[in-house]
Ligand binder design. Structure first.
Ligand code: SF4
Length: 286
């Protein structure tokens, strides 16, 4: 079932919805089969997540436009995100993935695509969360309630985009939260403010004067905008402008899938060295 977030009453994840006992019970029952389960098998009964899927009635509808044609792979967004959110080594809230391809002319090209949580309208992570932690926050932002998250990781299994990791110290789910602490005081998310090529746009899609609304209208009219893995029916709030010769379907297999998280292996493209280089040799130094 698809749930619209506009015009709904403000939820309070801590005070509404089913009892914690009921939710945890259902979640733990599902936990036994987490590994290898199809994502829909992880979903709790609708009454366990319906209210958490409903955003506060704040009149806002936050969304993103990512113009991959402007991205030149500097990773500034990624670094800014890590600094802003204390993301540890080897973990990512956002990542710029690459895909190399050949243009019709024969020239070699590389697409660079900054990705993160898609802030899905119909978010699988919310449907799967047994703790009642994942919910819709301001403007429909998909967020984690850290008073509730127990690091169960059902959300990681359910997310079709690898957008969540479990913090190795806190043992809690971490994902993009639209830099709510900045946006609430009128600032842009750290990644948007840092991107030197203005490849990222974030804002209120309900405001026709916002940069993200204007870009959406402009790019849709000219080149069209694509979403990742539309077959998942998650209705992502992040839309991509791409090279017409290399549509999303061509490069999205580089993205992690359900049960995975954005990971350093995405940068294996940088490993030019011969296999075995740097490995410790028997009886000697590396
Ligand atoms: Fe949840 Fe993943 Fe969708 Fe983000 S992209 S809302 S983490 S399912």
């Amino acid at each position: 079932m698809q749930v619209e977030d506009e015009g709904a009453a403000a939820p309070t994840p801590q005070s509404q919805g089913p009892s914690r006992r009921a939710v945890l019970g259902a979640g733990l029952a599902g936990a036994a089969g987490v590994s290898g389960a199809a994502p829909q098998d992880l979903f709790l009964p609708e009454e366990a997540w319906r209210e958490r899927m409903t955003a506060p009635d704040d009149g806002k509808r936050y969304g993103w436009v990512v113009d991959t044609r402007r991205c030149f792979g500097c990773h500034a967004c990624e670094v800014a995100c890590k600094a802003e959110n204390d993301v540890p080594l080897g973990k990512y809230i956002r990542q710029t993935i690459y895909h190399d391809w050949t243009r019709p002319s024969g020239a070699v090209a590389r697409i660079m695509a900054p990705v993160s949580c898609q802030h899905c309208e119909d978010a699988p992570c919310i449907k799967a969360c047994p703790c009642g932690a994942l919910h819709k926050g301001a403007g429909g932002t998909v967020a984690v309630d850290y008073d509730r998250c127990s690091g169960h990781a059902a959300c990681v299994e359910a997310c079709p985009y690898g957008a969540i990791y479990i913090d190795p110290v806190a043992n809690q789910a971490v994902k993009c939260h639209n830099c709510t602490h900045r946006v609430d005081v009128g600032m842009e998310p750290a990644c948007v403010a840092t991107c030197p090529s203005e490849a990222l746009a974030f804002g209120d899609l309900n405001d026709p004067e916002s940069r993200v609304s204007k870009l959406t209208a402009e790019l849709e009219a000219v080149d069209g905008l694509a979403v990742l893995r539309p077959e998942k029916q998650t209705q992502p709030r992040m839309r991509f402008a791409v090279d017409a010769n290399h549509p999303v379907e061509a490069w999205e297999p580089k993205l992690p899938r359900e049960g995975e998280s954005l990971a350093p292996e995405a940068y294996d493209v940088y490993v030019w060295r011969e296999p075995g280089f740097g490995e410790r040799r028997e009886g000697g130094d590396a």
